[in-house]
Design a protein around this ligand. Structure first.
Ligand code: PLP
Length: 477
């Protein structure tokens, strides 16, 4: 190898084959043998990495040797079948192939003209997804709205808030400023990304009201209504509500129909954040979670959580694409082109914060085509079934209790021994490396969360998880 040469096609072919073999071994043989939560201490990895970059090029074999030696011990194995923490970020071989193809094509799809297929495939796949999830027709590109792939649900919330801000101020907030403080609302159990969006969008975190939740951890509509009334009476301008379908802590499902009617009466933008749980709506029997979504101005779900599509891939839908485009469009001379000017094409750069964009639709397209809707439903049902089995074991054991309703694939539970026991249980489980769970606090009590959503999680994994939790619980109480 000469130092300055590009990697030859022949070498790329060889290393790519080796790397694919490595990935298959990792996924099928190694990942469930490794401690799920990385046991690395702060700086463990950094200490092993040279401070200075190499002056001369190095062979690929040296890089892969370091992956095994340095990187893998610093990995928390999100693809382990024993990963039950947070919400999943699952993947699948078709998704990985789509990601590889995206890198191989190296397309930057900021404008329709910079790769028509990047835009048009995304339009079609988003329309597919919208119908697969039973979303209202208004969210389709063939109607007034459409879908776009964002990097994350956080970006989707931000874009929704920016569009809402421009809609309520009729486009002057950016040019002239905002006369009266704008106020946004979400539940006290909503994801922190809504608060972050309020900060970034210039609304101010202090102008985000965290509305109380009920005993099922769903937003209280009476409290929302009161807060809106109070803000109006005090001269502020309510403009945005983010409802959650499947809160992160507890899988709470906000009453979207009632919230939607209120938003419509009051002229507020309704965003529905279904980042993880939205995937369940692939199955008709779980589609109740989308009740009221017909009132929404925007909606998002993360195929990168539970739909076998590797991070990053958030599907963001709007009912009125004009509102989003008016908020985010900007056209400097160097981006002008005939297709844009003709008005006949979509330029997704106007639907997101960054200009540049990756060809993410490929991986979602591959996933949907590989599994088909039936295949995706099968796996989602399986995950819910496994979580429900776990829930039944918790309910039947006098040492444990359920901490929240568990309608889908997240089970929130706790040992009856109190916070210290639950903290110890969590630490010991995670340090043991056999599985990885995370916690939350519900009703003031430390609560453990077990979310089933990894591609390779099967009965035996969930059974082993329960046995481990139950047995350890016995030694601690
Ligand atoms: N919304 C909900 C309900 C979530 O659970 C999460 C993450 O877990 C997010 C938003 C943020 O997701 P992202 O990492 O895609 O920004």
């Amino acid at each position: 190898m000469t130092e300055s040469a590009h990697m030859s096609g022949e070498a790329f072919r060889k290393h790519a084959h080796e790397l694919i073999d490595w990935i298959i071994d990792y996924q099928e043989k190694r990942v469930d043998q490794l401690p799920v939560l990385s046991q690395a201490a702060p700086s463990d990895i950094l200490k092993q990495l040279p401070v200075d970059p190499p002056e001369s090029g190095e062979p690929f074999e040296a890089m892969m040797a370091d992956v095994d030696r340095i990187i893998l011990p610093g990995i928390t194995h999100w693809q382990s079948p024993n990963f039950y923490a947070f919400f999943p970020a699952n993947t699948s071989y078709p998704a990985i192939l789509g990601e590889l193809l995206s890198a191989g094509l190296g397309v930057q799809g900021m404008l329709w003209a910079t790769s028509p297929a990047c835009t048009e495939l995304e339009t079609r796949v988003m329309d597919w997804l919208s119908s697969m999830l039973g979303l209202p027709g208004r969210f389709r590109s063939t109607s007034s709205g459409g879908g776009v792939i964002q990097d994350s649900a956080s970006s989707a919330s931000l874009c929704a808030m920016l569009a809402a801000r421009e809609r309520i101020t009729e486009g002057v907030s950016n040019r002239v400023g905002i006369e009266r403080p704008l106020v946004a609302y979400t539940s006290s159990h909503a994801h922190s990304s809504v608060e972050k969006a309020a900060g970034i969008a210039g609304i101010g975190r202090k102008n985000l009201r965290l509305v109380d939740a009920d005993e099922t951890f769903a937003m209280r509509v009476d409290r929302l209504e009161e807060a809106i009334r109070r803000d109006k009476a005090e001269g502020r301008m309510p403009f945005f509500v983010s409802a959650t379908v499947g809160t992160t802590s507890s899988n709470g499902i906000d009453p979207v129909p009632e919230i939607g009617e209120l938003c419509r009466r009051e002229g507020l933008w309704l965003h529905v954040d279904a980042a993880m749980s939205g995937t369940a709506a692939l199955c008709p029997e779980f589609r109740f979670i989308h009740e009221g979504v017909e009132f929404a101005d925007s909606y998002c779900v993360n195929p990168h959580k539970w739909m076998f599509t590797n991070f990053d891939c958030d599907a963001f839908f709007v009912a009125d694409r004009g509102a989003l485009i008016r908020a985010l469009s900007i056209l400097p001379e160097y981006l002008r082109n005939q297709a844009t000017e003709s008005g006949a094409v979509i330029d997704y750069r106007d639907w997101q914060v960054p200009l540049g964009r990756r060809f993410r639709a490929l991986k979602l397209w591959f996933v949907i085509r590989h599994y088909g809707v039936k295949g995706l439903r099968l796996h989602v049902r399986r995950h819910v079934e496994l979580a429900q089995r776990f829930r039944s074991w918790v309910e039947a054991d006098p040492s444990f209790e359920l901490a929240a309703p568990a309608p889908l694939n997240l089970v929130c539970f706790r040992h009856r021994g109190g916070d210290d026991v639950n903290r110890q249980l969590l630490d010991r489980l995670n340090q043991g490396g056999d599985l990885y769970l995370t916690h939350t606090v519900l009703d003031g009590k430390v609560t453990l969360r077990l979310c089933v959503g990894q591609t390779r999680t099967e009965d035996q994994h969930v059974e082993a998880a329960w046995e481990r939790i139950r047995d350890l619980g016995r030694t601690l109480s």
